[in-house]
Design a protein around this ligand. Structure first.
Ligand code: ADP
Ligand code: MG
Length: 388
């Protein structure tokens, strides 16, 4: 499927711009196995890239003009780099503007043609935005010989989402889009950016259960949770009489001991983050031991904590988890991504993957959620130059 996408994109580029692209790059979407809402709290995450990618075909055109075409959106637009203002009508082009703007601080970037094609579902919690922006950064950097260290790519991608898109997203999504390896999850310590590949055990598969909804409150609530976590840090600093710079600095015992002294909501938020970090570490160890049942238990615990402590789930995500947990062959399931719609994931016995994917989708739809779909995700690899 990805080979076809690449070919189609090159053809499309040729039709749009009258020549072949100078470079084609790609980057994957992802699921997060466990470690939700921990990346902006300097905690641990355990994402896996999936075999759905976003491709960028690009070529120099010289001068000041940039032209971009998105195959999926069916839209073409142009801009001049120095104009670099936020555009509301062509929201999607802000990612490209952001990349060109930030990279022009490190090298001369001239007018460029872009064509983008993707198999990552957009706005489904599978991080199409990081796949997109990382593939753009790779394309522009290679095209103009901007010398970036690998680690600078996700850092730049995060800045683009934060400064040009206005989403206060963390480092996890662009990090996995850059560094993922087939067959493995990546355990990332978002405090130090140290990371380690954790192989996914043989015989299990990942199902992605797309809810088909993106709630309007998602961004507001996401920003609110970040704020609440900061307030919890300030509160814990003063109660524990020690320096707490993030929720990473607090243990489960410390938190349990101060429950009565803290605002109830802030305590719940902190409880999720602190216990979730612990679950990520335990899940990584269980994966290394091939203990899929335990991994599944951790996934369900994570989901429950996201429902009741962090309060970012929703009826559609809960429906998927409820359906999956009742079926033989499912090790575990949980929401993935920021929540309020998006997608859930299931870790299942590979022998039953097809049957389970069909069953879960059928049951979800029969509960009245018409726009859902379930697909089997193979693991993917990080961003790369496909052709230059
Ligand atoms: P998610 O990252 O969970 O898929 P986001 O809202 O963060 O959801 O990102 C989706 C946005 O990213 C889209 O609205 C669009 O602006 C941009 N985007 C992603 N993929 C593409 C694409 N193939 N072409 C153009 N824009 C894209
Ligand atoms: Mg995103």
């Amino acid at each position: 499927m990805e080979g076809d996408i690449k070919k189609d994109l090159i053809k499309l580029y040729r039709e749009e711009f009258g020549r072949i692209p100078d470079i084609v790059t790609s980057a994957p979407g992802r699921i997060n196995l466990i470690g939700e809402h921990t990346d902006y709290n300097q905690g641990y995450v355990l994402p896996v890239a999936i075999d759905r990618r976003t491709f960028t075909a690009a070529g120099k055109r010289g001068g000041e003009l940039f032209i971009a075409f998105s195959k999926e959106l069916g839209k073409k637009t142009s801009f001049e780099i120095l104009q670099g203002k936020f555009e509301h009508t062509n929201f999607w082009v802000n990612y490209i503007k952001g990349a060109c703007n930030l990279l022009s601080a490190q090298g001369k970037i001239e007018g460029t043609n872009f064509a983008i094609g993707s198999t990552v579902p957009r706005g489904s919690g599978l991080s199409s935005s990081a796949a997109y922006v990382v593939s753009i950064i790779e394309a522009v950097a290679h095209l103009y010989g901007v010398d970036l260290k690998d680690i600078e790519i996700p850092v730049l991608a995060q800045r683009i989402e934060n400064e040009f898109i206005g989403v206060q997203s963390g480092i996890m999504d662009p990090f996995v889009a850059k560094f993922a390896r087939e067959g493995s999850a990546i355990l990332i310590d978002t405090k130090t950016l140290e990371y380690r590949y954790i192989p996914i055990p043989e015989g299990c598969s990942i199902l992605v259960c797309v809810t088909g909804v993106k709630r309007a409150i998602a961004t507001t609530e996401y920003n609110k949770r970040r704020q609440e976590c900061q307030e919890a840090v300030a509160c814990l600093s003063s109660i524990l009489k020690k320096e707490v710079t993030s929720l990473r600095d607090v243990s489960i015992d410390e938190l349990r001991n101060v429950e009565r002294e803290m605002d109830h909501v802030l305590h719940l938020r902190a409880l999720h983050v602190v216990t979730e970090n612990d679950r990520v570490v335990k899940t990584s160890a269980a994966l290394l031991n091939g203990d899929k049942e335990f991994v599944g238990d951790m996934m369900l615990e994570s989901h429950m904590s996201l429902c009741s402590n962090f309060q970012v789930s929703g009826p559609e995500l809960n429906a998927y988890v409820d359906i999956a947990e009742s079926l033989d062959g499912v090790y575990g399931s949980r929401m993935t991504g920021a929540g309020f719609g998006g997608s859930a994931i299931c870790l299942v016995d590979s022998k039953a993957e097809d049957e389970l994917a069909k069953k879960i989708e059928r049951e979800y739809k029969s509960r009245g959620y018409e726009n859902g779909c379930v697909f089997i995700a193979r693991t993917g690899s990080g961003s790369r130059v496909e052709r230059n």
